[in-house]
Structures are given as C-alpha cells and as structure tokens.
Ligand binder design. Structure first.
Ligand code: NAP
Length: 294
C-alpha cells in the first residue's frame, strides 16, 4: 500500500511544491482545501478517513497576509488558521491510526521587530501587534491538542524563497520596473529560507523521532533588505533600482491593498534548534539561493 501524506491548505505556494515532491517520492498525497477537487473542510468524515493511517499531516492553511488589515480581512486571517487547526485536531482524535507526525505552519513574524540581536527559540522575544497576535493564537490552538502517538511540530517559517510564488514574485517585479532599491532604511533584517530547505527540514523532522515542539525555519544567515535588493538586482542584471522611502511605501501599500509591515519589519531569526538537532541547510547563502531561483 502507498504511504499517505495529507496536505491541508496544500493548494498554495508551499503546498504545491510539497505535493510535487511527495508525489515523486511515491506518496499518495491528499489535499484538504476549499477547492472543488480537494477534500473540503466541511466534510469531517472524509478528513478523518484521509488522516487515518497517514504518515504525516502538514497544515499550511491560512488566508494570505498580503492584504489590507481591515476588520474583514483580519477576521479571516485569524479564522482561516484557527478553525482549520481545530478541525484537524478534532479529526485526529477520531482516527483509529492517527498520523505519526502533525506539522503546523507558524511564522517567524511571531518575534518582535529586531535590529539589535537575533531571535532564537530560546532567547527570542515574542512581539506585539496584529500579526504577532495571530501567530500566538495559531500556535496555542495547535499545541492545545495532545496525543499519545502523534508528534507535533510548529514551524516558525521565515520568508520562503521559491520560483513559483511567494515573496519572490513581487520582489522580482519591483526590480523589473526599476524599483529594486532598498525599501525604507534598508537596514531591516531579512530572514529567509529556500523552499527546498522547507521540504528537507520536514523530511529531517520525520526521520528524527525525538524532534517535537517549535522550530525556527529560517536559513542560518539572515541578511538585510538593502543586501537582498542589491543581490536580486545583480542576479537579474538590473543596472539600477530606485529606493522606496517608508512614506512612499505607505502610499504604495494602500494603493495595492497591502501592508508595509511585510517589508519594513526587521525579522532577525536564527534556526537554533534545527542546527542543534544536526540539520544541515542546503541553502545558506542568499546570493546563491537567488541565483538558483531567478
Ligand atoms: N510563504 C511564506 O513566505 C510564508 C512565511 C511564513 C509563514 N507562512 C505560512 O505558511 C502557510 C503556507 O504558506 P503559502 O505561502 O503556501 O501560502 P498560500 O500560497 O497563500 O496558501 C495558503 C493556503 O491556505 C488556504 N486558504 C486561504 N484562505 C483560506 C481560508 N479562508 N480558509 C481556509 N483555507 C484558506 C488556501 O487554500 P484554498 O484556497 O485551496 O482553500 C491556500 O492553499 C501559510 O499559513 C502562511 O501563513 C508562509
């Protein structure tokens, strides 16, 4: 019988990548999502059947934070994470053979704006504000479930670099349109992770049965916004890139219905627990990662 994996919210940027990888490895990949071709969130019986006997459940569901933080969007950003986590948690308790491993996504944005020192799982300080509140409630919803035979891991994921979506798309567009200079002061830290490492990290966690709890999922060499934009201009052969001051970003973000926090927050995160567990990142150098993807 084929090994089974369940990707909840598996139709997005990370999920599509993982689906391809696991299918190539010979897994039966089941998707839970709002799309008609997938198992629907309302179908509790089918969700339990999907999870029963699965090796891993990876939950990636969540409305994109790339939108204006008005009341409607804020409510959906929260409910799309908490409700889906609750549905999965309750479904696991009804399985005859619960999944061995449940990985829930979280975010490196849970830490405070950090320009002074890096944030690790042991020394990092949780921030404040809307996105941090979402992240803390998301993790709390996840860890309130406890099972005898399902290991639980929350991944505090930094900005994922991949060629089929995510942050790379808008960044490349900025460079293409001559706006690939630094954003704001450019001094804000940029913590990133290559999508290939996301897959490798999940596999590493799967193989190392002693691993559970919270892991920062971020390359060991965070950069800054200024260096990110410079390296991206280089790999895209862009002769120049106009800088965008913070005030202009505020207007621009309003016009394109997003929030400046996504580029101005200083995310300085280190993967202390992954390194201590013996995980070796494949992509540690930002320039190399960008060359690989562009
Ligand atoms: N990409 C990053 O850089 C990054 C960084 C840190 C954390 N994360 C987190 O990692 C997860 C996956 O990221 P991603 O980049 O793959 O995100 P994505 O491309 O936006 O995909 C997220 C998935 O969530 C589902 N979704 C959206 N709105 C929903 C709603 N209202 N109710 C239920 N499901 C909903 C969508 O599935 P359907 O539309 O098919 O239902 C979609 O496939 C997200 O939770 C994200 O917050 C991502």
């Amino acid at each position: 019988m084929k090994k089974k994996i369940v990707l909840a919210g598996g139709t997005g940027f990370i999920g599509t990548y993982l689906q391809k990888q696991y299918t190539e490895q010979g897994y039966e990949v089941l998707i839970i999502s709002r799309q008609p071709h997938a198992i629907h969130w309302n179908n509790k019986t089918e969700i339990v059947n999907a999870l029963d006997g699965a090796e891993i459940l990876i939950n990636l569901a969540g409305k994109s934070v790339d939108c204006r933080y008005n009341e409607k969007n804020k409510a959906e950003i929260l409910s799309s994470r908490i409700d889906t986590t609750n549905i999965l948690g309750e479904a696991i308790s009804q399985c005859k053979q619960a999944p061995e491993l449940w990985i829930n996504s979280s975010t490196a944005t849970i830490y405070r704006h950090a320009e002074d020192r890096p944030m690790t799982e042991s020394t990092g300080e949780i921030g404040s504000g809307f996105s941090v509140g979402i992240a803390t409630q998301w993790e709390a919803a996840f860890f309130k479930f406890k099972y005898p035979s399902t290991r639980q891991v929350a991944l505090r994921i930094a900005i994922v670099l991949g060629d089929e979506g995510g942050a790379m798309r808008p960044l490349k567009n900025l460079v293409r349109f001559g706006l690939g200079g630094k954003q704001g002061s450019g001094k804000q830290h940029f913590s990133w992770v290559h999508i290939e490492d996301i897959k490798n990290i999940i596999q590493f966690i799967q193989e190392h049965k002693n691993m559970s709890g919270i892991y920062n999922c971020s390359s060991p060499n965070p950069s800054t916004n200024k260096i990110l934009m410079k390296e991206l201009r280089k790999v895209m052969h862009a002769p120049f890139g106009l800088a965008t001051p913070a005030w202009l970003l505020t207007i621009g973000a309003f016009l394109i219905r997003t929030e400046t926090e996504l580029v101005l927050k200083s995310r300085w995160v280190l993967p202390e627990r992954l390194i201590k567990s013996g995980y070796t990142f494949k992509h540690t150098d930002l320039k190399e990662a960008l060359e690989d993807l562009v």
